[in-house]
Ligand binder design. Structure first.
Ligand SMILES: [Zn+2]
Length: 216
């Protein structure tokens, strides 16, 4: 079966679309194309509605994207369905995801390069774990927060470009910051508003930086 067409790559602001059911099994639906972002790359899967049924999560397996429905409802292969993602939630994820890249840039500026061991962003916050012995100094974190907020308010454009040498890799760019990332992001840092940072200790030799949105 061919890979699902990923509408969110071309337009991360697409909220509603029509698609055709290509497979259906109990509460799992696959469409020919989708704007639902599947969990991956440290970003939560989207929720929303497909054919009037609530979608609680979106997952992927190779190139196939599966929408997990709240209830099992009969759909048939070939059905055309109206789909809508939970935009309020997704937009918060896009703001937080973009903010986390910028926070990391200023974190590295402040403390030098720290290896990122993992990260996860949902609508509540972004959590990024870094290799670090001891406790991240609070005054350094405060400086990172201030630098990030200042940068966000400057209204920098965010672009996603394909990597010319690897067509499957997408490069996230904002001012002088760039990194490979396949997630969904806002177009301009102004959309993010202000953020707040908090540290946690998720285990020995690691420190977690949590980024949350101050403005709704
Ligand atoms: Zn990203």
């Amino acid at each position: 079966m061919p890979a699902t067409e990923r509408l969110y790559d071309g337009d991360p602001y697409l909220k509603e679309f029509r698609a055709t059911v290509v497979s259906f099994d109990r509460n799992e639906v696959e469409l020919d194309r989708t704007a639902f972002y599947p969990e991956g790359g440290g970003q939560a899967g989207d929720s929303g509605v497909i054919g009037g049924v609530v979608v609680v999560d979106t997952q992927k397996d190779d190139g196939k994207i599966t929408h997990i429905l709240e209830t099992s409802l009969v759909m048939s292969v070939g059905d055309e369905v109206d789909c809508e993602i939970d935009w309020e939630r997704r937009h918060r994820i896009m703001r937080l995801h973009s903010a986390a890249h910028i926070m990391e840039h200023f974190l590295w500026k402040q403390l030098g390069y720290l290896e990122r061991l993992g990260s996860y962003v949902d609508e509540k916050k972004d959590r990024a774990d870094y290799e670090y012995e001891g406790r991240l100094p609070p005054e350094a974190l405060k400086k990172v927060e201030e630098a990030t907020n200042e940068f966000l308010a400057e209204g920098h454009e965010i672009r996603i470009d394909p990597d010319p040498t690897q067509p499957d890799v997408r490069i996230w760019r904002c001012a002088e910051i760039e990194m490979p990332c396949g997630g969904t992001h806002v177009r301009n840092t102004m959309e993010i508003g202000r953020i707040r940072l908090k540290r946690k200790n998720p285990g020995r030799g690691k420190e977690r930086v949590e980024t949350s949105l101050v403005s709704d």
